[in-house]
Design a protein around this ligand. Structure first.
Ligand code: IPM
Ligand code: MG
Length: 374
């Protein structure tokens, strides 16, 4: 058999195994866990800067819970670009081992070198973590009250273009990448979105695909979304192609029509950056990566290595990671603490001018104000 056919066989078998694991997985009830272990991963570039600020706020907010042993923060070492490049792995096994001993993770951005980089072309740590911990729902809220925008994206986080992103095939004169959509992988993200929409008083769910072109994969996604919708008759649902959705999200006459936005992986990646930009930039958005067993909360932006090289790390806006921390507090059931943090963040955001350079406020200014408002 030709090499590429053998590779394809392997890929399909791997996906079958993944489907089996998805079907066997069952959720962990965090309310039954006596000490919730929160793994702290600072990341690269501006990551350690914004993590220091965020950790300070969490230590203050959770002082009692830490003392009572209800929460333990644990530093995860070695998930840095230097160490990952040295080991030649996007996610070194020793890091993954430590990470798996935690319940939830708070993560700063990690650098993903592309094919042009001088370091080895390793896999994205994000993609590896999402896959290894099976964090299937990427939940990204974007709110702009003055424009009546209150969106929450449910982005499928483990399949689509990402699952085989590092396993494309190159043949003479051509390159092929693969996109994978499974029944179970789609059902579980749809269930998460519809369940959320129902719990929040029957918000509308807007499904985003390009099912007119990606007929098999997006076709399946769209079909399964509407099947799941049938179990939630009180939740309104509609669907859009991703191109017009990208336009509508920018259209002032349509923006407030949307509430829950349910999307496959890559479209969700792109639309959430667009949405975050409307909110004030990618530095302002937090995100949750939720699975049955683990959950990881992070900023949606990259590590901005250029900013650090130019000595501007101290001007990095920590609000993305602070918002991720707020989502984490909600996830572990500490909703009163999350509300307190949210109120402090909303007030601080109004007062601070974060330009990322010397003409604006520093991360330190930001966090000092957040702490004063809690
Ligand atoms: C995101 C990021 C990641 C993604 C990168 C860092 C792999 O852009 O979380 O949106 O593409 O998902
Ligand atoms: Mg992205």
């Amino acid at each position: 058999m030709k090499d590429y056919l053998i590779a394809l066989e392997e890929i399909i078998e791997e996906q079958r195994q993944r489907i089996k694991r998805m079907e066997e997985s069952s959720p962990l009830d965090l309310t039954l866990v006596p000490t919730i272990i929160v793994g702290i991963i600072p990341g690269d570039g501006i990551g350690p800067f914004i993590m220091d600020h965020t950790k300070k706020v969490l230590d203050h907010l959770l002082k009692e819970e830490i003392e009572e042993g209800k929460i333990e923060f644990r530093n995860i070492e070695g998930l840095t670009i230097e160490n990952r490049a040295k080991e030649g792995k996007g996610l070194p096994p020793s890091c993954l081992n430590e990470i798996k001993k935690c319940h939830v993770l708070l993560k700063g951005p990690t650098e993903t070198p592309d094919a042009r980089a001088n370091v080895m072309n390793i896999e994205s740590a994000n993609v590896a973590l999402r896959r290894e911990l099976d964090l299937f729902a990427n939940v990204r809220p974007v709110t702009i009250p003055q424009k009546n925008i209150d969106w929450i994206f449910f982005r499928e986080n483990t399949e689509g273009e990402y699952v085989l992103g590092s396993k494309g095939i190159e043949l003479e004169g051509m390159a092929l990448d693969f996109k994978v959509t499974t029944d179970r992988g789609t059902e579980r993200i749809c269930e998460a979105a519809f369940k959320y929409a129902k719990a929040k008083g029957n918000l509308k769910v807007s499904i985003v695909t390009k099912a007119n072109i990606m007929k098999k994969t997006d076709g399946k996604f769209l079909k399964i979304c509407y099947e799941v919708a049938q179990h939630y008759p009180s939740v309104p649902a509609d669907d859009w192609y991703v191109d017009i959705m990208a336009a509508n999200l920018l259209n002032p006459n349509r923006q407030s029509e949307y509430q829950v936005i349910l999307t496959p992986n890559l479209y969700g990646d792109i639309l959430t950056d667009e949405a975050a930009q409307l909110q004030g930039g990618v530095g302002t958005a937090g995100s949750g990566n939720i699975g049955d067993r683990y959950a990881m909360f992070e900023a949606i932006h990259g590590s901005a290595p250029r900013m650090v090289k130019m000595g501007r790390g101290k001007y990095a806006n920590p609000s993305s990671l602070l918002k991720a921390a707020e989502m984490m507090l909600n996830h572990i059931g500490m909703t009163d603490k999350a509300d307190k943090l949210k109120a402090a963040l909303d007030e601080t955001a109004k007062a601070m001018k974060m330009t990322g350079k010397g003409d604006g406020n520093t991360g330190e200014d930001y966090v000092t104000m957040v702490l004063s408002k809690i």
